[in-house]
Design a protein around this ligand. Sequence first.
Ligand SMILES: Nc1ncnc2c1ncn2[C@@H]1O[C@H](COP(=O)(O)OP(=O)(O)OP(=O)(O)O)[C@@H](O)[C@H]1O
Ligand SMILES: [Mg+2]
Length: 265
Amino acid sequence: MGKTIAVAGKGGVGKTLISALLINHLSRQQDGAVLAIDADPSTNLHLALGINIDFNQLETVGGIREETATDVQSGSNLGGMSKPAYFEMRIQQAIWEENDFDLLAMGRPEGPGCYCAANNMLRASIDRLSGAYQYVVIDNEAGLEHLSRRTTRDVDVLLIVSDASMRSVLAAAGVSRLIDELHTKVGEQYLIVNRVPLDESGQPRLPEPLREAIEAQGLKLAGLIPVDPVVAEFDAVGKPVGDIPSDSVTRQAFDRIVASIPSLN
Ligand SMILES: Nc1ncnc2c1ncn2[C@@H]1O[C@H](COP(=O)(O)OP(=O)(O)OP(=O)(O)O)[C@@H](O)[C@H]1O
Ligand SMILES: [Mg+2]
């Protein structure tokens, strides 16, 4: 069985950056196939991963669900296939294959008029297809709503991302509490604080009250990623995260974080 790693946290804290760094790391360092799942309806992980396709060309699970509903309404027999078999075929076709990893974009979540049965079938297909990979990395949308909707599969490692602000750390603690309350199966949880300001000696350092809050909330800190002009510059011109040099402060900090998490090695 492969490992599922989910990345969650408040809006704009660096979830997509960290997902892309992890996907690059796993596909370069480890044997075995990697599936990236973009679970953010705004569908942008492919850009961070340097996949050069037009937004409209990328098929999404949400798009497949809507198309199928329309087809069925207009009397299509789905090529004589059962609905589960049809979904599985379409999702298989929607998986975008790169050399180092594959990508599946979830697209828009189910609308109010959507049938639960269809979503359960989709989830079952995604789970079955994911079984072919050694690692599945899920870049989640911001906030908690999708977690309550239980659209996140059981995960082995949950990386909760925060920036160096009290509000963001408390939001991270909220994610952690919700996971516990929902009894979503999560093997291990870690906090990564991103965009941390540097001290006089050029090292990322958290203000003491923030460090205390992390401890008081019972969050397990895996490490800090500094504010990095290289990351901002790459993002500004649309260069992929995979091209961030290995000697950059971000990649070095990230490599240390990954090395400290046994299940990622
Ligand atoms: N360590 C860093 N140093 C400088 N800029 C950063 C750093 N991490 C992230 N950023 C910038 O912050 C912005 C948000 O990052 P990112 O898109 O990864 O966050 P997100 O949590 O996925 O956001 P969303 O909630 O919108 O999905 C981007 O413009 C990114 O370039
Ligand atoms: Mg994102």
